[in-house]
Design a protein around this ligand. Structure first.
Ligand code: GLU
Ligand code: ZN
Length: 274
């Protein structure tokens, strides 16, 4: 049996669209080619925006696409203690520090993964704070090694490298409303699920550098990476939840077949490179 394990990690904050179709189709094809397993994880840490009816719709749309995944489905909101234990290890190592800056001080506190990729460089105001153990009600940040280069090979896009403190700063690990950040939860889950290759959109490339940093600190093996081209909407911007017309649901209702949906996603993503 192959050791390959891939994963699909949708957030149940809306209906799947063409961008998901291309990424998930690629993930399924790579798992199949390696005779490996394909797991499903529901990234539902955004409490306000995650809805169980979107999880139901994800399962239905995956079946429509003909993408089979191996149970059990993993749900992030059920695994908070595991993320918390990882945070506590980072605190004990002096790598996570409490940040009491207000939202206004920071201009923006990202929640969703794609916003997290563009998380503003933190000015380091709270960097000198050290605690010996977890205290409730504050944000925690990762103390990144300024000037250090994080390099990795992308199985699709080739060599990538990012510089700590320049391309990204001390990023969020934990939010004061008692939730792990996208970066922390992803690292812990990918390791715990035994994922050997992460297939996802290329808008998360910079997050990969952050995740490698967290994995190394926790001595977890990093998976391989395969970042997929983005599907653009009619205005040439990354397809997102608001691009309602291109949900798989609406395409299906208009009589589009799964194969046609994948072909359409391919064409719209290739166009982006011209
Ligand atoms: N849950 C994230 C999303 O839907 C993807 C996270 C990942 O693949 O690491 O955009
Ligand atoms: Zn701060």
């Amino acid at each position: 049996m192959s050791a390959y394990a891939g994963r699909l990690a949708p957030s149940p904050t809306g209906l799947l669209h063409l961008g998901h179709a291309l990424t998930f189709h690629t993930a399924a094809a790579r798992a199949r080619a390696a005779s490996g397993r394909l797991l499903l994880r529901i990234d539902d840490l955004d409490r306000e925006r995650s809805k169980s009816h979107f999880t139901d719709a994800i399962i239905e749309d995956l079946a429509w696409l003909g993408i089979a995944w191996e149970p059990p489905m993993v749900t992030q909101s059920e695994r908070i203690p595991m993320y918390r234990a990882a945070l506590e290890r980072l605190i004990a190592m002096g790598l996570a520090y409490p940040c009491t800056c207000s939202r206004r001080d920071l201009l923006q506190v990202p929640a969703a993964p794609h916003e997290a990729d563009n998380e503003l460089l933190y000015d380091g105001r709270c960097r000198s704070k050290r605690v010996s153990e977890f205290v409730d009600g504050v944000n925690y940040r990762m103390r990144v090694p300024d000037g250090k280069t994080i390099a990795f090979n992308d199985e699709n896009l080739g060599p990538q490298s990012y510089v700590c403190g320049k391309d990204f700063g001390d990023f969020l690990l934990w939010r004061k409303d008692d939730l792990p950040s996208y970066q922390l939860a992803t690292v812990i889950d990918d390791a715990e699920m035994g994922v050997t290759e992460v297939v996802r959109g290329r808008d998360l490339l910079k997050s990969t550098a952050r995740q490698i940093l967290v994995a190394r600190a926790l001595e977890l093996a990093s998976p391989k990476w395969f970042h997929v081209e983005l599907v653009l909407d009619a205005d040439g911007v990354r397809m997102a939840k608001r691009s309602g017309a291109m949900t798989l649901r609406s395409l299906r209702e208009r009589g589009v077949t799964p194969a046609e949906a994948i072909a359409l996603a391919r064409v719209t993503s290739v166009t982006s490179d011209c």
